[in-house]
Ligand binder design. Structure first.
Ligand SMILES: [Zn+2]
Length: 215
């Protein structure tokens, strides 16, 4: 640069016509959402500007006694809304070192691979899949090894439910017995996820979450 200045040319730099400016979340680089703490103005070549709203800053209702998701049985005075940075699982250890608060069960969503999804962060059911919303769409990362392309299926299950199992595409995927989260390796196709459990003598089923995974 100094050498160029010595040559005395310089002058105004005119912005090419196909440049657009967008306000983006400072962490995700996506369009700012309601819970993003900061934004910056960023320039893009037209057509490459972000179109998705930030998937990293999310609000959850937390039971302050357990620091887990609040559920229907949580007394109101113990429910607190907290904004978390939901980073892809690969950042878990780094986030822990940096003291970044993660939602209960952490690694809720491998959201760097999310093409389009809106999550029911504030939903408050007693028997439901929390981390994936019906209609969520994922894309297989072409670079990352497939074995690492997991999403966490986090569930909210009230104490009155027992023998809770996760079924994927009609087949038993995992016995949840006490766990609030299992990892599911993404593979392309249309998938239906559902919880089945018992409440007293009754067999109960959660709502079905339909997920599409593109290659
Ligand atoms: Zn954000």
């Amino acid at each position: 640069m100094l050498y160029l200045e010595q040559r005395g040319t310089g002058g105004d730099f005119s912005v090419p016509p196909d440049i657009v400016e967008r306000k983006v979340c400072t962490v995700s680089g996506q369009l700012p959402g309601r819970y993003c703490p900061g934004t910056i103005d960023e320039v893009f070549i037209a057509g490459t500007e972000p179109t998705d709203t930030c998937t990293i800053h999310r609000m959850y209702k937390i039971d302050v006694r357990t620091l887990m998701f609040a559920n229907r049985g949580t007394p109101r005075q113990y429910v607190e809304k907290k904004v978390f940075e939901v980073l892809p699982p690969i950042f878990d250890r780094w986030a822990a070192r940096e003291g970044i608060r993660v939602p209960p069960g952490s690694a809720l969503l491998a959201n760097s691979r999310v093409v389009h999804a809106s999550y029911p962060g504030i939903m408050n059911p007693g028997f439901a899949i929390m981390s994936l919303e019906d209609g969520a769409v994922f894309k297989i990362d072409p670079v990352l090894r497939r074995m690492y392309q997991d999403v966490a299926v986090a569930v909210a299950v009230g104490e009155e439910y027992r023998f809770v199992k996760l079924y994927i595409d009609g087949r038993l995927f995992s016995n949840l017995s006490g766990r609030s989260e299992v990892k599911w390796n993404l593979h392309e196709g249309e998938h239906d996820l559902q919880l089945v459990g018992k409440c007293g003598d009754r067999l109960v089923r959660s709502g079905i979450v339909h997920v599409t995974v593109y290659r």
